[in-house]
Each structure stands twice: as C-alpha cells, then as structure tokens.
Design a protein around this ligand. Structure first.
Ligand SMILES: [Fe+2]
Length: 325
C-alpha cells in the first residue's frame, strides 16, 4: 500500500490519500514489438501488484517444449525483469499457456505446464498450491484485498457441443472448476474478511452472447458462482478476465451487490473484430487496441476506479465506483 501526501495549497492543509493500484493483463506474445513497450509502461506505474490473466505466452498447440521455451524467453527479457523489480507479480493461465487452444482436463501435458507456470511466476515453494492439482491460488494483497486466481483449464470438461457456434449451445452438464476447486473456493470465500475480492478467471464471466469461451457456456457453473457470492454476501466482488483480444468493463446487479467483470485482453494481441458484439452488461465502449487494465483503490473515500491504458500508458477508459459496505 502506498501513502501519497497531497498538499492542498488552497486550504493550507495536508491530506493523506491511501491508494492501492493493481494492474492486470493477458494475451501477450513475447516476440511482438509491443511486448517491451507494454511491460515497461506497466513497470513505470509501479503498481502494488501485477496479475497475469492467462495467455501469458503462446506455445505451439500441444508442444510442451515450445511452451517451456516461451516462458523462459519472457522471463529472461530485461523489460520483464524490470517489471519484476517494480511490483509483485501473480498469475493464472488460460488455454495458450496451458498448452492447447480451448483445452481442458484431458490435455496430457497439464502437469508439466503447471510446473512451468509456477516456476515462471516464482510461486513460493511453501505455497499450498503446490500440494494440489491445477493452478488455483489465493493471496491477500493487503488485509482488505483478497486475490483469488481461478484455474479454468485443469479440471474443465470438454465443451459438449465440441465447436463454438453462433448462437452457442450451452453445456448444462460440464464443469469449469471441478469439485476440488469449488470446495476450496467456498471455504476461502466463507471465511474471508476482505472488503474487495478480485477473482481472476482466464475467460469472461458476465458477457453472455459472444461465441467464444465464457462461463455462460456452462450455465450451471455460472449460476453456482453467482449463488456462492450471494450465499456469503461476498463484499465487492470483481472478476478480472482476459482471453478476448479486446477489453471491456461489465457490471451486473446480483441482488445484494453489483458484480463487475473487468476484461483486459490484448497486451499485444488486441483485435477490432468483435468490438460491436452484444453485451448487455458492458459499460461504455469495448477497446480494440493493445492495452492493460488497472484498479485504483482509494480507501479514504472508499472508492475504486477501473481503467484501461494503451502500450504507452495513456488512459483509454476510466470508470469510478463507490465501494459497498
Ligand atoms: Fe485464451
């Protein structure tokens, strides 16, 4: 947590503003010319945390050697080393850093990929996540902010309709998290005293209508997540998602509170193809240039700002909300 002193000349008084900034992003190709630019821009923000939301690197489908090399290549870049010096880095995976496009529990090299991911992220060796299958983890970014990194790959059943159609066919039987991870998540949430819960998910939770991977392809899993938040009245839940090669902020009233889904995708891989897709929960416009997302918390005023920034750090979108008690 940073304490910034603002000197208010008009009043001749000193006002303390407590801020905590958390940056996040996804869909990053290590050889892209924008990679160094965006990693440097994020390091220049000196955020309190940086969170990878999957597709950290792109391995060749089904080639674990190639994936390992990509992780090594990223980790050895000076721009990434500078980022590691400027903040604490956390992360989970999506399909391309898991090893195979849209893959799930049947992917044969998944344990090797988990070892590579945790090695890349410098997950501390005493972290209980090593004793479990999959890549799910949790961290207290401060006493008030809990980070929950979900794993949407290791336990995910194959999407029953096999291919993604438009309109899509929901899979009512399949799972995203698997029982072991669901139990872990429930135990974590019901005992949490945090005031803000950041729930990282490679794929989007709220956006319902597009034809790509999303929680709403598995309606029972989506319902279970929302009901879990409702059951324990989890304070200020915010999903952080990636995968989509575009960024957008979604919000949905879930009864006791508002759930946000901040999708930050395309650190180097942003596209404009799907910017006009229907999403009844979107606030403002979707973003189709390479970018990263940021949450800035102001504890004194109990407010939070979502923002997205281009590779140079320029603000593309900002939206402020009050924290709920
Ligand atoms: Fe993905």
């Amino acid at each position: 947590m940073k304490i910034i002193s603002l000197f208010i000349i008009f009043l001749g008084a000193t006002k303390l503003v407590f801020t905590q900034t958390i940056v996040f992003g996804s869909c990053h190709k290590v050889n892209d010319p924008n990679s160094d630019l965006i990693l440097t821009s994020i390091a220049n923000q000196s955020p309190d945390a940086f969170i990878w939301l999957g597709d950290v690197v792109y391995g060749k489908d089904g080639d674990p050697e190639h994936l390992s090399k990509r992780f090594d290549q990223l980790k050895s870049k000076s721009s990434y080393q500078n980022l590691l010096q400027s903040t604490t880095v956390y992360g989970t995976w999506d399909d391309h850093d898991y090893g195979l496009n849209n893959a799930g529990r049947d992917y044969q090299h998944k344990d090797r990929s988990r070892a590579d991911l945790f090695d890349f992220l410098n997950v501390p060796k005493d972290n209980p996540a090593y004793k479990r299958n999959g890549a799910y983890q949790s961290y207290d970014l401060s006493p008030k902010v809990k980070l929950i990194l979900l794993d949407n790959r290791y336990f995910k059943s194959e999407y029953a309709p096999k291919s993604y159609n438009d309109p899509y066919s929901p899979d009512y039987e399949g799972t995203i998290l698997g029982e072991q991870q669901w139990n872990w998540l429930e135990n974590l949430l019901k005992s949490s005293a945090a005031e803000v819960h950041l729930i990282a998910s490679g794929i989007q939770v709220l956006s319902p209508n597009h034809r790509f991977e999303k929680w709403q392809n598995y309606p029972e899993e989506y319902k279970r997540l929302i009901e879990l938040l409702q059951t324990y009245a989890i304070k200020n839940p915010i999903v952080l998602s990636g995968d989509r090669h575009m960024s957008e902020l979604s919000q949905k009233d879930i009864g006791y509170t508002v759930l946000y889904d901040a999708t930050a995708s395309g650190m180097t891989e942003a596209l404009t193809n799907n910017l006009s897709e229907s999403n009844p929960y979107r606030i403002g416009q979707a973003i189709g240039v390479n970018n990263y997302g940021m949450i800035a918390l102001d504890w004194e005023n109990r407010s939070l700002e979502f923002s997205f920034h281009d590779v140079h750090g320029k603000t593309l979108f900002a939206y402020g909300v009050n924290l709920k008690n």
